[in-house]
Design a protein. Structure first.
Lengths: 880, 188
């Protein structure tokens, strides 16, 4: 999310899979799209039929590679070398899209004189504090600013402190020679990729970049996404048909659960969760610059307290650009949550929202659990005992809980850890205290509700039938639990309980669903109405004020209707407009028109399908070319028109120029397509917002077979290592016991750790067991035979798998020596109808600094032929 | 809302046309005449595939209160009726004898599940939440800053749930109870 959000303004795919047919070139990197997103991949094939060039760069040859025009085999974890060299090539040969770059990106902005690059500090940027392992002082990364706090620029791009010149110096060492020695890719192959992208970008042509968790699950994942986005910006491919960055999400509503969200550090619509960091010193509070637009520092390291709503707005809002609207979004959220109890006099109930005091992300919470600090746990449709990295640690952590609630369709590993172990390991229930409540869940066909898919598209599902037996929707579980808790606390006068008691909590179904025997199911449409937003009060022309509740309130039409005076409520501002009036749930609209399909579902924000589409026209508002036109300025009608909903103020003329002292959206020029950013431009260089540097720099994976050839700094200096944990022993550089690079991936026939697939005979017949892919050379070196058993080992755990000896993994020549790579799916566990070792028993739990995501796509291991000694299968079964 | 016609059923008259190929009408048994796809007269319910995030449209066929088949929705601009192996298997995900459909309870140190009622389980869970919250709630840091949080309870999950469900999880757990560790698959 911060990769795209920091660079472009929003944490979502900028286009949609069906737009791939308009691409002239598609680069797929960090994704096996044909197998992980097969139906989306059909659009890639259509583009190929229309003449587009398809390129796949990946450590593992897959079905995506097989049908691409060009497959490039690369070393896992070397992506920034590959992309950095492309950026270097574009800048050095001046083949970037000049008019796009100079007008729509921050290439001309001047950076402070005291900024020091990785070139100056051998792999570190200025502001790094070795004691805490963080960039605790990021001030030097900022722009040079005028008296109105607006950045100084040099449109000629010649000033040595301008972003473009800093990038030229920063990327100078990313050469084709390094691609050859570090990625294991010949310079001819690499050059073919660059040339294909250059030839298929510009006014007349566009290229798309597709990525997935092959990028995000790395210790520098955000910076890889940044590097890909920078490449696309230099080529001028953002906001245009057949262009953009397509982030391929892996779950039915993973985009939705990020938007709403169920994440510790975010409130609805990408507003940060209020924070009071433990490291904040009280004497440094209330800095006078807190309302300036540069003050939105890294949201995890607030310098200011957020004790009041105004302080929160000062820290999180912006003076310039779209985020100047934060007050109306947060006050409308507080009205949605606390209803009439939220008033101007009590800061709209702001103090009832808990403040985060550190990194409460999933893995850190698992460690807190291991330490006995977490007593109770809700697992709803999630299976950390097999699906999270360092899964053995996860299972230990679950055993330290007092109680847990598991909501799922099947008895997954996380529900069964107290009596069953992996590979036949004995577990003694008499030693495990955790009390477990298994609540059978409804399937997606047995409840109504909305998924938000990979292209930010909200699609409503109608309900087919009631769930079987006592299975119920998660909506019902949370709603009924909330009702009971409100009752249990009903008599409390303690201030800490008033948030719960004031929580609006009435989603009663007004009419029972037809053909349903369920009488206490909450109304999902009402919840969607609250998410969309409604009027709490309305004043008519006579000044008469009418009060409403959720059930009878008029809907707000869109987020521009949200107010700061408490007259509107809205659960997630970016979803506003999905349900603009009674009876018109746009997520449930299903009209295909064969063009942009604007009436099939609803894409946030405001049903815009290609984000930043102002950039599809030149600064004067004309399409860059007839072939690639999308929206344009119609001077007669004085508005933006075209094939899509304009992602721009509809009547802001291209020649609008802000006054020097302008604020809010008035500060956004008619040529600023990236208006979520305070300067209206895409950020090649990120002056704020990231924890590991303003520009991408190559660091080796936490576990790597080679020393970093670019800098003295070996791996991401700001990563969260958990080094002191005995459950997270890491392989040191040069350890001869663990010589092989390993990467994990999905198969088409299974889903993540298998809770939704391993109970299904049809899918188990197609993919019956865990296997590891190794090259014939490696198989020979370690005496492993095709289809025979092999053991894979890291300091975290050992697993067994069938060997698939195949040319799909190739030994790479890295700095003159051979590096072997192993490919390993991760869908198995000890429950279900198809069982096998847990791949995540091998992975470690070092986290990426910005998003605290694990590094499952590049680490080290050792292998040997044979089976685990503890394996139950050893008894009475023959090798075959 | 726009409800597309059931295409499989519409294709039926083709069969009788075929029988007229040639110089005369071919013999046409009663059995052939009465043959019909099993989805004839089934209610078509529009849904979305629960697996990856491409968002393929599903047609769920319901007859006599049972799901009898699930196919790709041919009208969806996303999948045009096609599905991948997982999407095609959604029927077996939902209609599956291995599903756990009872509320199960495992007491501390017990070696077995007990079947319980939903009401009992909800009451018990609510009590556990209250007890843990009351014991672990922190109103202020040592320096006096208000934080109103508990780290004693955590929640994980959401990427396969609906946005309405995610919304209520965040609302109840965070805005109501003060739980801070609310996470989902997006972190993984």
């Amino acid at each position: 999310m911060p990769g795209l959000g920091t660079t472009l303004g929003r944490g979502g795919a900028t286009s949609f899979p069906q737009d791939l047919v308009n691409s002239d070139c598609i680069l797929i990197m960090g994704s096996n799209m044909a197998e992980a997103h097969p139906v989306g991949f059909a659009n890639v094939m259509k583009a190929k039929d229309r003449g587009a060039k398809i390129i796949h760069v990946d450590p593992h040859f897959s079905r995506t590679s097989a049908v691409s025009n060009l497959y490039v085999s690369t070393r896992a974890g070397s992506d920034i070398v590959f992309l950095g060299a492309i950026i270097h090539y574009l800048l050095e040969n001046q083949v970037y899209f000049h008019d796009y770059v100079v007008n729509y990106t921050n290439a001309p902005m001047l950076i402070r004189e005291d900024f020091q690059d990785t070139e100056d500090l051998n792999g570190l940027f200025s502001g790094f504090d070795p004691a805490s392992g963080t960039y605790s002082n990021q001030e030097s990364w900022d722009y040079q600013r005028d008296e109105y706090d607006k950045p100084l620029t040099d449109p000629t791009l010649q000033n040595p402190q301008c972003v473009l010149q800093i990038m030229k110096r920063h990327f100078a060492r990313y050469t084709p020679e390094l691609v050859e020695s570090e990625c294991g890719v010949s310079r001819e192959e690499w050059l073919q990729v660059v040339q294909a992208l250059v030839e298929n970008s510009g006014r007349e042509r566009t290229s798309t970049l597709c990525y997935a968790v092959g990028w995000t699950q790395q210790s520098k994942g955000v910076q890889i996404i940044r590097a890909g986005s920078i490449m696309q910006l230099l080529l001028g491919n953002m906001g245009r048909p057949g262009g953009g960055v397509l982030a391929l999400r892996g779950h039915a509503s993973i985009q939705g659960s990020t938007d709403v969200p169920t994440l510790y550090d975010l409130l609805a619509g990408y507003m940060p969760q209020p924070a009071e960091m433990l490291s904040t010193k009280p004497e440094s509070q209330h800095e006078p610059t807190s309302t300036t637009w540069g003050a939105r520092q890294d949201k995890h390291v607030h310098k200011n307290t957020q004790q009041t709503l105004q302080e929160y707005i000062d820290v999180t809002g912006q003076k310039l650009g779209w985020w100047s609207n934060v007050p109306s979004y947060i006050i409308s959220l507080l009205k949605a949550w606390y209803g009439d109890a939220a008033t101007a006099d009590n800061d709209w109930g702001y103090h009832w929202i808990p403040k985060i005091t550190g990194d409460h992300s999933h893995i850190n919470t698992s460690y807190a659990m291991l330490d006995g600090k977490v007593k109770g746990y809700f697992l709803l449709g999630q299976n950390p005992a097999a699906g999270s990295t360092n899964a053995r640690m996860q299972r230990k952590a679950l055993a330290q809980l007092d109680w847990m609630v598991v909501g799922d369709l099947y008895e997954v590993e996380s529900a069964a850890f107290w009596y069953k172990g992996t590979n036949g390991e004995k577990v003694d229930p008499a030693t495990l205290k955790t009390e477990v409540f298994f609540m059978p869940a409804a399937a997606s066909t047995e409840k109504e509700g909305t998924f938000t898919n990979t292209q930010r598209l909200l699609q409503w599902r109608d309900k087919a039938i009631d769930p079987p037996g006592d299975a119920r929707s998660d909506l019902w579980l949370i709603y009924q639990l909330g009702k009971r808790l409100k009752k249990l606390y009903a008599d409390s006068t303690a201030p800490r309980d008033q948030g719960l008691l004031n929580l609006t909590w009435d989603y009663e179904m007004e009419e029972p669903q037809p053909d349903s025997h369920l009488t206490d199911e909450p109304d999902a449409q009402l919840v969607l109405k609250e998410v969309n937003g409604y009027y709490v009060t309305q004043t008519n022309s006579d000044g008469q004020v009418t009060q409403y509740d959720l059930h009878n309130a008029p809907h707000v039409p869109t987020f521009t209707a949200l107010k700061t005076d408490g007259s509107t409520a809205c659960g997630s501002w970016i979803y506003s407009g999905v349900y603009p009036e009674p009876g018109r749930n746009r997520a449930a609209s299903r009209i295909s028109d064969g063009k942009m399909n604007l009436d099939w579902g609803f894409a946030w924000p405001a049903n815009r399908r290609i984000l930043y589409n102002r950039a599809s026209a030149d600064p004067a508002g004309k399409p860059w070319s007839e072939r690639k036109k999308h929206i344009w300025w119609d001077a007669e009608q004085h508005k933006w028109v075209g094939n899509d909903i304009p992602d721009f103020p509809p009547d802001k003329a291209p020649d609008y120029r802000p006054a020097p002292d302008s604020t809010g959206m008035d500060a956004i020029a008619g040529t600023d397509p990236f208006f979520m950013k305070p300067d209206g431009r895409a950020w090649l260089y990120a002056p704020t917002g990231l924890k590991d540097g303003p520009l991408p720099a190559h660091y080796e994976a936490i576990e790597s077979p080679v020393q970093n050839a670019l800098y003295k700094q070996q791996s991401n200096p700001a990563a969260k290592y958990h080094r002191d944990r005995k459950d997270n022993v890491l392989i040191e550089l040069g350890d001869p016991n663990y010589p092989f690079v390993i990467t994990t991936y999905r198969l088409t026939e299974h889903h993540v750790s298998g809770p939704m697939t391993r109970w299904m005979p049809w899918l188990n017949a197609l993919q019956p067991s865990l296997f590891a892919e190794i090259s014939p050379e490696l198989a020979q070196e370690r005496n492993i035979v095709d289809k025979g058993w092999m053991v894979l080992r890291t300091p975290r755990g050992e697993i067994e798998a069938r060997a698939m000896v195949t040319r799909r993994l190739r030994p790479l020549r890295i700095r003159g020596r051979i590096v072997h790579q192993i490919g390993l799916p991760f869908h198995w566990g000890f429950q279900g109808k198809s069982t096998g070792s847990i791949t995540n028993d091998l992975t470690h739990s070092v986290l990426e600094p910005n998003v605290s995501i694990e590094e499952a796509k590049a680490f080290l291991c050792d292998i040997r032929p044979g089976r685990l000694s503890s394996s139950e299968h050893n008894v009475g079964r023959k090798e075959h | 809302m726009h409800e597309p016609a059931n295409r499989s059923v519409r294709a039926l008259p083709m069969l009788s046309n075929l029988m007229e190929i040639g110089s005369r009408v071919q013999p046409f048994s009663k059995e052939s005449r009465e043959k019909a796809p099993r989805i004839r007269d089934a209610k078509v319910v529009h849904s979305v595939c629960p697996y990856c995030a491409v968002g393929c449209g599903l047609n769920v066929y319901v007859k006599n209160g049972k799901v009898i088949d699930i196919e790709g929705n041919p009208d969806s601009f996303i999948n045009h009726g096609t599905l991948c192996p997982k999407g095609s298997a959604t029927f077996q995900y939902t209609v599956n004898a291995s599903r756990t459909t009872q509320v199960l309870y495992r007491a501390p140190y017990s070696d077995h599940w007990e079947v319980k009622s939903s009401e009992w389980a909800l009451d018990q869970i609510a009590q556990r939440v209250k007890k843990t919250r009351d014991e672990t709630f922190v109103e202020r840091l040592d320096d006096g800053r208000v934080i109103n949080q508990t780290q004693g309870i955590a929640s994980l999950g959401g990427a396969t749930l609906d946005i309405e469900e995610n919304y209520l999880i965040k609302k109840l757990f965070n805005a109501g109870l003060g739980i801070v560790s609310i996470e989902n698959q997006a972190r993984i």
